[in-house]
Design a protein around this ligand. Structure first.
Ligand SMILES: Nc1ncnc2c1ncn2[C@@H]1O[C@H](COP(=O)(O)OP(=O)(O)OP(=O)(O)O)[C@@H](O)[C@H]1O
Ligand SMILES: [Mg+2]
Length: 492
């Protein structure tokens, strides 16, 4: 398996109800007011992860890490937003939040013991995620008020009269099997992306021997499987406005996320707020890239392409003399863009747009997972079933590949996305006498938008910034027109 190949699978989140408290919260609580009255500035935890990539014991609290101008990124938040924040209900901790599984309890204790003094800073609550590269724990941040928290946009914009409710963090314990370069890359990119409401901010990170943990704010979210079938058009607009705001921010930094999928977009269905997380596979555009056929002008490309035989014999060549092609294929099955499957060596941020399109198709078709291939060849076939042979041949040729198939169900023309969605939602019987189904204006716009996300040519595919201006993401179902104040989504 090439080094750059990483395949992930969807994993359901585990919940472990029942209480398990250590009761240290009250003992260790500090308030900002108390700190200020002692005349000590709150130290920064956000200035540089390198400085904060502390071996835990080395931490200083003199605030000297703070970069100039830090915190100003949030200062232009509109006044309405502030009021909205004020009204937001704080999350309440419930007894069900605590683990019952003895193995999880043991894991939490073991993890806590890794870092000296950990329990003075955090009160571990439960394990909330287990991915391919990490375990994620929820904890209460006991020393929140001791530090500069300018990353905390909600708190900065909240006018509080009563006491501050507890602050929660997600502690991402990156598996020691991850290469140091990969860990450094994730932390570095998170640090570079700070300052956007829709991208998870990195609070700090620390290391003990080979164990690295990233401390992120905890975001309340609802499992995608619980709500994706019941989303209204307005809900969809809110979801994708939030997701594309995050993508716009990430792509403006010329960063490719590479793993856009529902479990990496923590969406609070009730508050209509989403945050993009998991930059474990992310990379800067252009890293390890080399010239692909798709970067040539169409005419030049034609000249360079090998002649395609008119009558292909079915099967694989016995002795394939073609040189092996290497390209980054990291990502999750079912969400990979066609250019990733065709091993394009000059992949761009547009691969994330395709994956976001797969989420929209999932919601519109009410089927999850929508694509369910076991490998990349199957994945190409799944895409070809929708788009047809002709367009897939062109798509392959764009990256210097040849596509053909003898599978009889794959036609030359494929199907429209509208047809696919109607079939998937049982709104057509497929007979000639069908009364044509009239799609709502919202659905029509969603399908037009989806077509733009699913352009097989990445250069023509819609960008995140264009997407935010698309009529679908400006639509308000109730007034049947553009949402006048665009209040459903979240600005970058
Ligand atoms: N800041 C956060 N707030 C709340 N939950 C979080 C947060 N970060 C991560 N999680 C939970 O932990 C899960 C795994 O986190 P993440 O995706 O960062 O790790 P991963 O090891 O790369 O996972 P995977 O391989 O499944 O993509 C998320 O799907 C989410 O449920
Ligand atoms: Mg993940």
């Amino acid at each position: 398996m090439p080094e750059d190949y990483v395949e992930e699978e969807e994993r359901p989140r585990k919940a472990h109800p029942q209480a398990h408290r250590n009761g240290r919260y009250e003992e260790s609580r500090y308030t900002a007011a108390a700190e200020r009255s002692r005349g000590r500035p709150a130290p920064s935890r956000t200035s540089s992860y390198e400085q904060e990539q502390e071996i835990y014991e080395d931490q200083t609290e003199d605030g000297s890490d703070q970069e100039e101008g830090e915190g100003s990124v949030y200062s232009d938040a509109p006044a309405e937003e502030e009021d909205e924040e004020e009204e937001e209900e704080e999350e309440e901790e419930k007894e069900e939040d605590y683990p019952t599984d003895p193995l999880v309890i043991e894991e939490l204790e073991k993890f806590q013991a890794t870092f000296r003094g950990f329990e003075k800073r955090f009160r571990l609550i439960n394990k909330i995620g287990e991915g391919t590269f990490s375990s994620v724990y929820k904890a209460e941040d006991l020393l929140y008020d001791r530090y500069d928290n300018s990353w905390d946009i909600d708190e900065v914009n909240t006018r509080r009269t009563g006491p501050r409710p507890p602050k929660y963090v997600a502690i991402k314990k990156i598996y020691v099997t991850s290469s140091p370069a990969r860990i450094q890359n994730e932390l570095e990119l998170l640090h570079d992306l700070s300052g956007c409401r829709s991208v998870v901010p990195l609070i700090t990170a620390f290391r003990h021997q080979d164990q690295v943990v990233a401390i992120l704010p905890y975001f309340q979210h609802v499992d995608f499987r619980e709500y994706f079938r019941s989303l209204t058009t307005n809900d969809m607009v809110a979801y994708f406005r939030s997701l594309f705001s995050a993508l716009s921010h990430v792509h403006r930094h010329k960063i490719i996320h590479r793993d856009i999928k529902p479990t990496n977009f923590l969406y609070d269905y009730h508050k209509r707020r989403g945050v993009l997380c998991d930059f474990g596979l992310a990379e800067r555009e252009g890293t390890d890239s080399s010239r692909c056929m798709c970067t040539y002008y169409a005419n030049d490309r034609k000249e360079r392409l090998p002649a395609i035989p008119t009558a292909l014999t079915p099967g694989y060549p016995k002795n394939d003399s073609r040189p092996a092609r290497r390209a980054n294929r990291a990502g999750t099955r079912g969400f990979r863009a066609p250019e990733v499957l065709f091993k394009c060596t000059a992949q761009t941020t547009k691969i994330d747009i395709w994956s976001a399109g797969v989420i929209l198709l999932t919601i519109l078709s009410k089927r999850f997972p929508f694509f369910n291939s076991s490998d990349d060849v199957d994945a190409v076939i799944e895409i070809a079933t929708i788009f047809g042979k002709t367009r897939m041949r062109n798509c392959a040729a764009l990256h210097g590949c040849v596509f053909d198939t003898t599978i009889p169900t794959i036609g030359d023309k494929g199907f429209t996305l509208e047809k696919i969605i109607l079939w998937a939602t049982n709104r057509t019987s497929g007979t000639k006498d069908d009364v044509p189904v009239v799609l709502s204006r919202g659905e029509q716009l969603a399908i037009q938008f989806l077509q733009r996300c699913f352009d097989l040519d990445p250069f023509r595919r819609i960008s995140a910034d264009e997407a935010l201006r698309h009529p679908f993401l400006r639509y308000c179902e109730d007034s049947e027109e553009e949402d006048p104040d665009l209040s459903m989504g979240l600005p970058v």
